[in-house]
Design a protein around this ligand. Structure first.
Ligand code: C2E
Length: 720
């Protein structure tokens, strides 16, 4: 049968197919962007309807474009079925496409379903027309229509699959290309399918049982399809815009969230830093608090901590009517170790002492270090003095054990003073003062001992304190004077020298003997001032005698321990010699054995410096110490003074006699002058004379006398 196409309708059908594909693909991209599965399903359904309706509309407009010589009508059932096929297959195809990844098998399946749908829709739609005789199809062209649909659909879907972006602007060119290919696929299939159909000449359309008029159907289909597509497209645009905005908001939100997270992290870091600083601060505060209450060397409680313990213990003892004991421990030879071995060794010694004392005590007893070599032990709830004495004895015993420091052995002892609460004092100050007094008593009694405080000790301490106060002003009040005891040469019987001895005449106390005030002066360091004055005064006097023509006397002056240990002694002596005009060789400085035995090297240096100043050195009280011959041999001394203790037994005591002879012999060997002191009798003098002793001094000749009296004696002929 003769037929021809209306070109503008053909164009319209193609345009509808392309537009429908575009809208459908656009809606499909909304599926991926949907936030929930329901929304995704809605978008998928929408795209299926658009695509299906588009295919369907294209078909009927394409049919309208075909002008036949006979009138045609479409069966309702097949027409509706073809619409449902188009929508269903489009939906299924797009669903596969959406679910699948970009892998080829899924794409091919989706393309096949889409192509199958288009082909099925077309041929079912053709069945809505019933001709007599029936339409015949050219199988090759039918096959060609199927292949066109399959290839073009798969290609279009592939392009669409690649365009996932829901942003139209970004994906527009590809979407348009995909839609164009899809539209051409639908149209191509349709027009090839139509070319395959041969309506026999003279055929008539016999469609019945509910028909659509062709123009009416085509107009309605085109209008509805266009409206549907336009609405769907608009909807997808609005949604895309909203999604873009919400995406932007999301982006901003994400940015803000990231910033918030950064700020939170910063805050957390600052927080942990702050926590660290706080911890550090707490630690350093704890350290400061610890240092404030502990001794840094031994880590024992310090004075402050002891005070608070004592306060608490006194209150408790008061409430419970119990006794509290305070033991003040002082090491006896600590200074020597410290000076000889250095502070490090001294520190080690103190550490060891602290450990040893701690082991003598119960856990509840308190031990504190007051500073230097002074420790305090507090015993609470003590029953009897005997129990305290046991602890004190233990401490004395452990202090006596040898100390090994830097592979060297040391021996020290301790002196302990004990005071009791409530008998001796009511508070920390008074208890410590009493313990201190008792400790000095232990030292006075020969050290390495403990003493309980008693009232007599207190009186003694008060007396000592008074004496000290008087002594401090004794020189300026001119209460101190020098007396001189002659030394007589045994060969000549003449006064060859004098020993200068200090005398203190106090307006209230009267004459205070050196044995009382010299140790006190030593203890309180007043001796340095006193000793210097004694040397100066003696030199001044010796020069005066010389100037009076009473002879060039040797004058011997005693040096105290602290004077001898004074670094600047040789300079002091040189200054005195210069200021008084004294001949250095006439000045003799007396030191005792114990002074150089403790710190031999240092003592040797001091003696050498004094010798360089030109003065003589005498060893006083010789025989009472334990200096060996080798020690003496190495000392540049000039005189040995035999101690009065050996002279006293002469001549009867064989041992004293032997010792005296030995000392004299030793003196001769060493080529030094030997002087015997405390000679009281003629027999003693005769013995010493016979033993070849060089000089003697003692009451036999004269007690120490004033300078004026000695001037008279010097004027006298001789003692011989
Ligand atoms: N029993 C007896 N004693 C005699 C006899 N002849 C002398 N004496 C005493 O023996 C002491 C000798 O002095 P020292 O051994 O150096 O012992 C001295 C000396 O160590 C110290 N001393 C005295 N004056 C000074 C001084 O100016 N400086 C220093 N650092 N110490 C001094 O005081 C100590 C005692 O001095 P003094 O009481 O003056 O006692 C003196 C003296 O009076 C005697 O025949 N029989």
């Amino acid at each position: 049968m003769e037929s021809q196409y209306e070109p503008w309708l053909v164009m319209l059908s193609i345009a509808i197919a392309v537009f429908a594909s575009f809208v459908a693909f656009n809606l499909t991209s909304r599926v991926a962007a949907a936030r929930t599965r329901r929304i995704a399903a809605c978008w998928l359904a929408g795209s299926a309807v658009c695509m299906g309706t588009g295919i369907w509309a294209m078909h009927f407009i394409g049919m309208l474009a075909l002008t036949l010589a006979i009138p045609v009508a479409y069966g309702i059932g097949m027409t509706v079925l073809s619409l449902l096929i188009a929508i269903g297959t489009s939906g299924y195809s797009l669903h596969i496409l959406n679910r699948a990844s970009s892998r080829a098998p899924q794409l091919i399946v989706a393309g096949a379903v889409m192509a199958g749908g288009i082909v099925a829709m077309h041929y079912v739609g053709m069945e809505a027309l019933t001709f007599n005789p029936a339409v015949r199809y050219d199988p090759w062209l039918v096959l060609a229509s199927i292949l066109i649909a399959a290839a073009a659909s798969t290609g279009a879907l592939w392009i669409n699959r690649r365009v996932r972006s829901d942003r139209l602007a970004a994906s527009l060119p590809l979407k348009l290309l995909g839609a164009l290919i899809m539209g051409l696929s639908i149209s191509g299939m349709h027009y090839t399918g139509m070319a395959a159909a041969h309506i026999p000449a003279g055929a008539v359309c016999i469609t019945d049982n509910g028909v659509f008029n062709a123009w009416w159907l085509a107009g309605a289909v085109g209008g509805v399809a266009f409206l549907l597509l336009a609405t769907s497209f608009h909807l997808s645009m609005v949604d895309s815009y909203l999604a873009a905005r919400s995406g932007q908001h999301n982006l901003e939100l994400e940015k803000m969230n990231a910033e918030l997270e950064r700020n939170t992290a910063d805050l957390m870091q600052a927080n942990s830093q702050l926590r660290q600083e706080i911890d550090e601060r707490i630690r350093s505060e704890q350290k400061v608090a610890y240092l404030a209450y502990h001794d840094t060397l031994t880590s024992l409680p310090n004075r402050r901590m002891l005070s608070s313990h004592l306060l608490h213990a006194v209150n408790q003892a008061q409430r419970q009517g119990k006794t509290l004991a305070l033991l003040l421990i002082d090491l006896d030879r600590f200074k020597t170790v410290n000076d000889t071995m250095g502070h490090e060794a001294g520190d080690q010694l103190l550490l060891e002492v602290a450990t040893r004392i701690r082991h003598c005590l119960r856990e509840s007893d308190i031990i504190a270090r007051l500073g230097g070599d002074e420790f305090v032990v507090m015993l609470e709830d003590v029953d009897t003095p005997a129990a305290i004495a046991v602890v004190a004895e233990k401490i004395l015993a452990v202090a006596r054990w040898p100390f090994v420091i830097s592979e060297q052995e040391f021996y020290v002892t301790a002196s302990i003073g004990i005071s009791l609460f409530p008998q001796d004092g009511q508070n920390e100050q008074s208890l410590l003062r009493c313990a201190d007094i008792a400790m000095y008593k232990a030292k006075d009694d020969g050290k390495n001992a403990f003493r309980f405080f008693c009232n007599e000790l207190n009186e003694h301490a008060i007396e000592k304190l008074t004496l000290e106060t008087y002594l401090r002003t004794a020189i300026e009040r001119q209460e101190i004077s020098m007396h001189y005891q002659p030394k007589v040469g045994l060969q000549s019987g003449r006064i060859v020298g004098v020993e200068a001895l200090m005398r203190w005449t106090h307006p209230k106390l009267g004459i205070v003997p050196p044995s009382r005030f010299i140790p006190l002066a030593e203890e309180t360091r007043i001796i340095r001032q006193l000793g210097r004055w004694a040397i100066e005064e003696s030199c001044r006097q010796a020069v005066a005698w010389r100037e009076q023509g009473l002879g060039d006397l040797n004058i011997a002056v005693n040096l105290s321990v602290s004077q001898f240990g004074d670094e600047g002694l040789h300079r002091d002596i040189a200054a005195i010699l210069q200021s008084t005009g004294m001949d250095p060789t006439r000045l003799e400085l007396e030191i005792t054995e114990s002074m150089f035995m403790d710190r031999f090297e240092e003592s040797l240096r001091t003696i050498q410096r004094l010798k360089e100043a030109g003065v003589r050195i005498a060893v006083d009280d010789f025989g009472t110490g334990f200096s060996s011959l080798s020690t003496l041999k190495n000392l540049p001394i000039d005189t040995l003074k035999i101690d009065g203790a050996f002279v006293r037994g002469l001549p009867a005591d064989a041992k004293d006699a032997g010792i005296t002879r030995a000392i004299v012999a030793m003196g001769k060997t060493l080529n030094v002058t030997v002087v015997a002191e405390a000679v009281e009798t003629e027999a003693q003098r005769d013995f010493l004379h016979a033993a070849s002793c060089d000089q003697v001094q003692g009451y036999y000749y004269s007690k120490p006398v004033t300078a004026a009296r000695l001037s008279e004696m010097l004027a006298a002929p001789s003692f011989a």
